[in-house]
Design a protein around this ligand. Structure first.
Ligand SMILES: [Zn+2]
Ligand SMILES: [Zn+2]
Length: 451
């Protein structure tokens, strides 16, 4: 098992960035930023999520004239009407793996995958001959590849993406149910969630804010005994004390929380990549879960860059309704000294797919983890599959830190339902924030000495 993760990890470590590359656009968010919280529903153009700035004449970015019908979403990658998909085929042709060659041929003789499986459309093998030899293995991944193929064409089909018309603030009397994606989307009034495809699209965009929200919220799906340790419940109770204050009389929901909120909750995302590139309005779905709380989200790391910016400034702030976003590309040690002191009632850390054990990032995390444990604040981490999660967990356990587990590693209820394909070996796929775990630096109760 452990041997499988080694070749897999480096490719996936770059996945969040690949995903982020599909999120840019300039005009969409700056105009959105001006919209108010009161807007009942936001209609978000497909453009703002999945296309880069292309010439206006490009038919594939047109929102109102669908270029691909729903019955016409499957295309062999190399023959796709979408240039982005065709270039993906080229990339796999150049950097992919033919599993039969890999197994049976010396490296200099193994050939690149050029042959496209007729059922999923991916270049999977070097030739039809090797494809046929390997069909028994390929059938286990073919279904996921086909799904990803159709999803990608759907995202760029030009249809009106109703599933991205997100609801605004929730009414005080409404209760949100965070048991799973279905109940969350239903109780929050998301539209058109009647297909698994829509769920995959939306969960992919919302996995970061909802992973955070589902841990923090009093209606969290994670329960004492089953998922949370006693220490975990204590840590979250402290944060919930701040997040769910008794409603103060006379303050209306629409009032500016920066002046009425009793405390600001700070969420620190370390080693931030894709999570920092999401447009701020996506994080409003986290803020709506806590209508009385003001948030600061700090994205820290060399890839922590605000969406839709050309600025090279290493430290930037964006204010958006009840949230402030801080983007900082400096080393964490320096940031830590400036952001402190930390308080377990107001501060929490998230490490999204950090790769604590990964050779490329392991050393980078070494000085950081003890600093985080020192704060006695809750620290939550995620990983893109079981191996990735367990590698991080084993790294933590073997490092001899003085810590308590808050949440033992488990599947994340709010993982992305979308599969990300490893383009260097399409047999492998992963899901963003598949698993989750939580730790905290150990606190010692003051007891009289025994001797
Ligand atoms: Zn081959
Ligand atoms: Zn196939």
């Amino acid at each position: 098992m452990a041997s499988r993760i080694r070749p897999l990890a480096p490719a996936f470590r770059t996945l969040p960035r690949t995903a982020a590359a599909r999120l840019p656009s300039t005009a969409a968010t700056s105009s959105l930023a001006a919209q108010t919280a009161a807007a009942a529903r936001r209609s978000l153009s497909l453009k703002s999520f999945f296309t880069s700035s292309k010439p206006k004449s490009d038919p594939f970015t047109s929102q109102f004239e669908p270029v691909l019908e729903q019955v016409n979403l499957f295309h062999p990658l190399s023959k796709s009407p979408l240039p982005a998909v065709r270039s993906k085929a080229e990339w796999i042709n150049n950097h992919g793996t033919c599993p039969v060659c890999k197994e049976h041929e010396p490296e200099e003789k193994s050939k690149a995958p050029k042959y496209e499986c007729p059922d999923c459309g991916y270049p999977t093998h070097c030739s039809e001959e090797h494809y046929k030899m390997d069909k028994g293995n390929h059938k286990h991944v073919c279904g996921v590849l086909r799904e990803v193929n159709e999803d990608e064409h759907d995202l760029r089909s030009g249809r009106r993406m109703k599933e991205f018309e997100f609801p605004g603030a929730q009414h005080r009397d409404e209760a949100v149910n965070l048991s799973n994606w279905d109940t969350f989307l239903y109780t929050r009034g998301f539209l058109s969630m009647n297909s698994e495809r829509s769920m995959r699209h939306v969960s992919h965009v919302l996995t970061y804010p909802l992973t955070i929200g589902s841990v923090l919220h009093q209606s969290s799906p994670y329960r004492l005994g089953k998922d949370l340790t006693v220490e975990g419940l204590k840590s979250l109770a402290a944060l919930r004390h701040t997040l769910h204050p008794a409603i103060i009389g006379g303050i209306t929901q629409a009032q500016d929380l920066r002046t009425t909120a009793t405390h600001t909750v700070r969420i620190f995302c370390l080693g931030a990549r894709a999570e920092s590139h999401l447009p701020p309005h996506i994080y409003m779905q986290l803020a709506y879960l806590f209508p009385n709380t003001a948030f600061q989200i700090h994205f820290i790391g060399p890839d922590a860059i605000p969406p839709h910016t050309k600025s090279k400034d290493p430290h930037q702030h964006v204010h958006y309704e009840q949230m402030t976003f801080v983007y900082d590309s400096s080393r964490y040690e320096a940031y830590h000294a400036e952001a402190g002191p930390f308080n377990p009632y107001y501060d929490i850390f998230f490490l999204f797919s950090p790769g604590l054990a990964h050779p490329a990032t392991r050393e980078m995390w070494k000085p950081t983890i003890p600093l985080l444990l020192d704060t006695k604040c809750a620290i939550f981490g995620t990983g893109f599959d079981e191996n990735d999660v367990m590698n991080d967990v084993n790294e933590i356990e073997s490092s001899g830190y003085e810590l308590d587990w808050l949440m033992k590693p488990r599947e994340n209820v709010f993982r992305s339902l979308k599969h990300e394909i490893n383009m260097t070996d399409v047999r492998q796929s992963a899901q963003c924030n598949w698993g989750i775990w939580g730790i905290r630096g150990r606190r010692y109760d003051v007891r009289p000495a025994e001797e």
